[in-house]
Design a protein around this ligand. Sequence first.
Ligand code: PBG
Length: 312
Amino acid sequence: MAQSSSPPFVRIGTRGSPLALWQAHETQKRLAAAHGVPLEAIAITIIKTSGDIIQDRPLAEVGGKGLFTKEIEQALFDNAVDLAVHSSKDMETNLPDGLVLTACLPREDVRDAFICKRATTLAELPAGAVVGTASLRRGAMVKRLRPDIEVVSIRGNVDTRLRKVESGEVDATLLAYAGLKRLGLADKATSLFDIAVFLPAVGQGAVGIECRADDTRTRDILAAIDDGVTRTALTAERAFLRALDGSCRTPIAGHATVSGDRLSLRGLIVKTDGSVAHETSREGAAADAAALGDDAGRELKARGGPDFFAHG
Ligand SMILES: NCc1[nH]cc(CCC(=O)O)c1CC(=O)O
């Protein structure tokens, strides 16, 4: 086929992990369909981030979430790409000035999956079993439910983590069911946690699309594929996170659902060792998503006190 020399319709920046590529291709497909352009007209540029390069240390230690987005955001500022596709869970609470989270893809299942060869559920794991996770939230919540279980830090992409369970390096791990489904690995989930007992991370299962705030052309292009329900839920969850001002060292969980013009939000903070947790919820108008999230976050911040955040 002859290569067209015309510039692309729009340019996507993404990480190169299998999950990131799924997200970028899904965005590409939806944009092509919405605007009646061929897939090839939507360029995908893979950008390596510090988070991809540093694999041997826990994320919280090396500087947290921004590690997976910084280089891609720089490409936006440099006008090398027009939009960046992220797992919204990995997006910084406060985006750099000049960038906005403009659109979301429809949210996938938000639940955490339990992956284990020795037991069907966390409750059935024998005392002293080892759970490997890179997530402070998952580790803290496992400790809260099962103080007798040992939590160790493991990193790497989804495949690496699954292999560590397969090889017996750890007895079990927890992964976002959304990621497993998107990678065609849903059958790797031994069971799923009920969100009533295991609250997901803010943004879990939602793909967020970021662009330059002043780039009205790209914003218009993205409006055609935006899932408003997901974006409203994310607005509440991210306002909750922002109000808590949590560093990456504070285990925080938050989840909002939108039904018609109503929004429900649950939020939780928990000590890393699982010893203390504070939970709250809000119900209100979906139009007040940001205020509801902010209010819930402020409440938990006050209840936890400075001590809570200082010690994680
Ligand atoms: N931190 C890595 C990450 N970022 C998003 C997902 C899963 C997909 C999603 O939540 O959208 C994962 C893997 C995991 O937590 O198992």
